[in-house]
Ligand binder design. Structure first.
Ligand code: SF4
Length: 442
């Protein structure tokens, strides 16, 4: 049996798709491209905006056209949040909610199951399993420690679509890290839908800080990177652990969302701009070379020209390494969808472009700061398209390109960065002491 899977939305969805793929493979099914003729099509949907909903249905229609006899299954956040809407679409055979991987597998082969299989994740405590990871070129693995969220920011659908916060117990996290080390992974990215909420649901409760302490003491993986953490949840302790352990990469992703206190309050975020600045300064005081990135929403309802001016000035004043800019797009079902003061689409575009331009400059300047420096770079499995150079990321998340043989892949190498190439750096491998060239034995 051939199956095809397509993924919309964020890294967490990509993680879920990797879990689905590995379970389908174990069941003896063979993956093919989403533009090929398959027996089963899985659309892993996203519901972050109303536009994402339309896209999900478009993909279902495309699958149906490719093979009218195929089973078309919808899963993911939209399937979880609006199952009836999807079930009404004639091209959809089955709607399977989140955390129902066994049902998804059965749905692929059995046409007699109920058309909609979705649990209420806000009422049921569905446990989170950590059996699989997303291999990104086989050098970095994503490990999802936490799912769901209890915060209800006014723009966000996640607490409705992914349910209550659930965490993987520390013992299991450490076991999976050990097994990833034994499989040859050199870097693991600890991720979660709301990572800062880690452990509050466990009995006894555990903090993210305590988990990181255990990882610093016991984990054998050489590089551990944290994904996004909300600013109010980034404790001094976490910053100290990351700065005090060679295992953790000096890289933080702190979603700011808006650079203005009134907007932050309307968004129901739990910090103010001065707190954000203080976190950034504390990180850089201990780790001056750390990369700090952020997410920014532009055109939130009620964002006036004055707000945006303050927002832009605040962001401009922060020593950030990169931004992800998201033009606000309405998401039915969230509190913000009912807010007045919608910002004109053209104005949202203009403001987004201003921030994107600033972000590009920041990324470029951050990378160029390290020309002439020695960086530890983990070389990935895939070469850079076009130039065919090897590529990898430094601990502080700068893309680095080098010439070299395939043996370099999946090794962390010392590289002297000598020049810039777009947003990346180019460099040369530093030979081990006593060697004139790299021997491949690291
Ligand atoms: S903390 Fe993050 S996941 Fe939770 S509601 Fe806010 S934006 Fe959404």
């Amino acid at each position: 049996m051939r199956f095809a899977i397509t993924t919309l939305g964020c890294k967490v969805n990509q993680y879920d798709s990797a879990v689905i793929e590995s379970r389908f493979n174990e069941a003896g099914m063979e993956r093919c491209g989403f533009d090929e003729v398959a027996d089963v099509y899985v659309v892993n949907t996203c519901t972050v905006t109303d536009r994402a909903d339309t896209e999900s249905l478009k993909l279902a229609r495309r699958a149906r056209r490719l093979n009218p006899a195929a089973r078309v299954i919808m899963t993911g956040c939209l399937a979880q949040a609006s199952p009836e809407k999807l079930a009404r679409a004639p091209e959809v055979d089955q709607v399977i909610g989140l955390a129902r991987i066994d049902d998804l597998l059965s749905a692929a082969t059995d046409g007699n199951l109920p058309r909609v299989m979705v649990s209420n994740l806000r009422k049921e405590k569905v446990s989170l399993s950590v059996g699989a990871v997303v291999p990104a070129g086989q050098t970095r693995a994503f490990l999802k420690l936490q799912e769901g969220c209890d915060q209800f920011c006014s723009f966000c659908i996640v607490p409705f679509s992914r349910g209550m916060s659930r965490s993987v117990p520390p013992r299991e996290v450490l076991e999976v890290l050990d097994s990833l080390h034994d499989q040859g992974f050199k870097e693991v990215i600890l991720s979660g839908v709301h990572l800062g909420g880690y452990g509050k649901d466990l009995t006894p409760a555990v903090t993210l800080e305590r988990l990181l302490e255990m990882i610093a003491e016991r984990c054998r993986i050489g590089r551990v990177r944290l994904s996004s953490i909300d600013p109010e949840e980034l404790s001094d302790g976490i910053i100290d652990i990351v700065s005090g352990s060679e295992k953790f990469c000096p890289h933080f992703h702190l979603p700011l969302q808006a650079g203005d206190d009134q907007l932050l309050e309307k968004m129901r975020r739990r910090y103010q701009t001065n707190h954000y600045r203080e976190r950034v300064e504390r990180i850089l005081a201990l780790m001056p070379d750390a990369a700090i990135g952020t997410d920014l929403i532009v055109g939130f309802p009620g964002e006036t020209g004055e707000h945006f001016k303050r927002y832009f000035t605040f962001v401009e004043s922060l020593p950030l390494a990169y931004f992800h800019v998201f033009p606000y797009s309405i998401r039915s079902g969230t509190t913000a969808a009912k807010f007045s003061g919608r910002v004109d689409a053209g104005e949202i575009k203009r403001r987004s472009e201003l921030l994107r331009e600033l972000g590009e400059n920041r990324r470029l300047n951050f990378a160029r700061r390290f020309i002439g420096a020695r960086l530890k770079v983990l070389i990935e499995e895939t070469r850079e398209p076009g130039s065919q150079r090897l590529r990898g990321y430094s601990r502080n998340y700068i893309k680095v390109l080098i010439q070299g043989p395939d043996q370099f892949k999946n090794h962390e190498l010392d590289i002297d960065a000598s020049a810039g190439d777009g947003l990346a750096l180019v460099g040369r491998v530093v030979p081990a002491p006593g060697e004139s060239a790299w021997s491949g034995a690291q």
